[in-house]
Structures are given as C-alpha cells and as structure tokens.
Design a protein around this ligand. Structure first.
Ligand SMILES: Nc1ncnc2c1ncn2[C@@H]1O[C@H](COP(=O)(O)OP(=O)(O)O)[C@@H](O)[C@H]1O
Ligand SMILES: [Mg+2]
Length: 141
C-alpha cells in the first residue's frame, strides 16, 4: 500500500500576524501520525524558516507537503523578487532583511542554512523578478 497524505496552505507576504500557521499545520499532522519527535522538530524548524521567508520577502506563496510512510516532502514556492545570488544567500549570517524586520527579531541570516541543515535533501531554485521555490525532504529513518 502506498498512501500519501498531502496538504497545501497559502502564505501571504507581510502577514506577520499569522506567521507560523502553515508550519504549525504540518507539525500537527506529523504529531497526529506519530512521527518521531526529533524528525518533527527538524521538519518544523525547516518549514517555519521557509514560511518566514515568504512572509518577509515575497508577495505571496504556498506550502505543500506530502507525507509517505518513509519521508515528508515540503515544497514552498512564492511569487516574489527571487534571489539573485543563491550561493551568497545560503551563507550563514547573510541577510537583506530591512531594519524593521530585524527589530521584530528576524533577519539573522540563518534561515536558509538551517533549512538545509535540517533536511536530508534540499533544493532551492529562484528566478529574479518571479519567485523562489524550495523543496525539502526529511526521511523518517
Ligand atoms: N523567498 C525568498 N524570496 C526572496 N529572497 C529570499 C527568500 N528567501 C531568502 N531570501 C534572501 O536570502 C537571504 C537569506 O535568507 P535567510 O537565510 O532565511 O536569512 P534571513 O531571512 O534572516 O535574511 C535573505 O535575506 C534574502 O535576501
Ligand atoms: Mg529567513
């Protein structure tokens, strides 16, 4: 039997009031399915950082997840400015977050590195002026 559980959430740019909503929904689903706590923690961190980036940098985006008995796949795509230099953006501490975002406690430049660190497979694609797509897979064992 090959059963995939999937879900999708809209993320609205600038909507700090609902920040974390999409990642919370995925986390609840993983808890409900009885997935290992350490795995859930990694998925929650990675998803939350990706969701925050859509809220901070993009106009709108979407989180999609696919859970199989073996792994969870998380895709976040957005309509936004895109990333000109992905290699630079991936560096720890690199951030273009404006001051008002930093004042809210965001913009440490650790989001993308932590997404990669917490994923078993990590892929980021971006087109300047169009948007960014992040795909992360976390294996259950
Ligand atoms: N979805 C996105 N759209 C546009 N730019 C992004 C996106 N995600 C990340 N970036 C760029 O990559 C940089 C590094 O991202 P990240 O590691 O999450 O750190 P932070 O969000 O704290 O700046 C951001 O400052 C921004 O310039
Ligand atoms: Mg970030």
């Amino acid at each position: 039997m090959d059963e995939t559980i999937e879900g999708s959430f809209q993320i609205i740019g600038g909507n700090f009031a609902n920040a974390g909503e999409a990642s919370m929904q995925l986390k609840s689903k993983l808890v409900e399915l009885g997935i290992d706590e350490a795995i859930i923690r990694r998925a929650a961190i990675a998803t939350f950082e990706a969701e925050m980036n859509v809220i901070i940098y993009a106009a709108a985006g979407r989180l999609q997840y696919y859970i199989t008995p073996h792994e969870v796949t998380i895709k976040i795509d957005d309509m936004g400015p895109g990333i000109e230099n992905i290699e630079l953006a991936m560096q720890e501490g690199y951030s273009t977050a404006p001051d008002w975002v930093r004042e809210m406690g965001w913009g440490a430049g650790m989001g993308l590195p932590n997404m990669k660190k917490n994923s078993d497979e990590f892929k980021i694609d971006s087109v300047v002026g169009e948007g960014t797509t992040v795909k992360m897979i976390i294996h259950f064992s």
